[in-house]
Design a protein around this ligand. Structure first.
Ligand code: SF4
Length: 255
């Protein structure tokens, strides 16, 4: 069903990591996953106390206000999972394309199977996809997200078939996503990709604990340590070794 306004819980005027250049980032409300390391639990439900409803016109007005900063950047739609509001997003993406505004979408593709034809429709309007890959087998995926469908991997294959540029992000969490076998599989996966422009290895942090407390949600990783830079470097080396792909960058600032 098309809603004339998007439900958005946060707006970042000068995002520096969710795509190239300086970006206006809209965080869309709603996500079907429950990732153990999620740092935006306020974005899970269909609405929260922070939710604003914005029309395309209102979103573009916010963009226009700081347009000069976005010359080499653009707009990123993140979340939550923005593709849960896919009908709105298709209209928004069409307008961005017409106005030559660079549009990036960050997603974990939670509703890929229900809305595959709409995902395909979006392909022609989106300049960059940032796919948050959670895991490489159903068991790990289920454990991390409470969903066992490997949607991110499947959508990456779709992007490859359609020759669309994309980035991949992966969150490194001690004892959860940092096993040698997982990193090896990640490396091999990346190594076979042609249209991958950038890989982001993101370090887990625990700065969202207060959000969980405020929302009265149990914080599942309370005893999980934050990895230090040498542990991250080791993980990166394993991924590099198995990917044989030099398109590997590292960022600490996204999660
Ligand atoms: S997909 Fe993203 S927003 Fe949704 S639960 Fe996972 S980390 Fe949080």
């Amino acid at each position: 069903m098309f809603l004339s306004k998007a439900k958005i819980f946060k707006i970042e005027s000068f995002g520096a990591v969710d795509g190239p250049g300086v970006r206006l980032v809209f965080f869309f409300q709603g996500c079907s996953y429950r990732c153990l390391y999620c740092h935006n639990p306020e974005g899970w439900q269909q609405s929260c106390s922070l939710t604003k409803k914005l029309s395309i016109r209102q979103m573009l007005k916010i963009y226009q206000n700081n347009k000069s900063f976005y010359t080499n950047g653009g707009i990123t739609v993140s979340g939550g999972d923005p593709l849960l509001q896919i009908d709105f997003l298709i209209k928004f993406a069409k307008v961005c394309k017409r106005k030559k505004i660079h549009l990036a979408i960050c997603t974990a593709c939670g509703n890929l199977h229900q809305d595959k034809s709409k995902y395909l429709k979006l392909l022609k309007y989106v300049d960059l996809w940032i796919i948050d890959v959670k895991a490489f087998n159903k068991q790990d995926h289920q454990f991390i997200t409470k969903n066992d469908e490997l949607n991110e991997k499947e959508f990456v294959q779709i992007l490859e078939e359609h020759k669309k540029p994309y980035w991949i992000s992966y969150v490194l969490v001690d004892k959860l996503t940092n096993h040698h076998s997982q990193l090896e599989e990640l490396g091999r996966f990346i190594g076979g990709l042609k249209y991958l422009e950038k890989f982001l290895l993101l370090s887990y942090h625990n700065m969202a604990i207060s959000k969980y407390n405020n929302l009265k949600i149990n914080y599942p990783l309370v005893s999980t340590p934050v990895l230090d830079s040498s542990q991250k470097q080791q993980a990166l080396e394993i991924i590099r070794k198995f990917s044989k792909n030099d398109k590997i960058w590292s960022s600490d600032s996204k999660t």
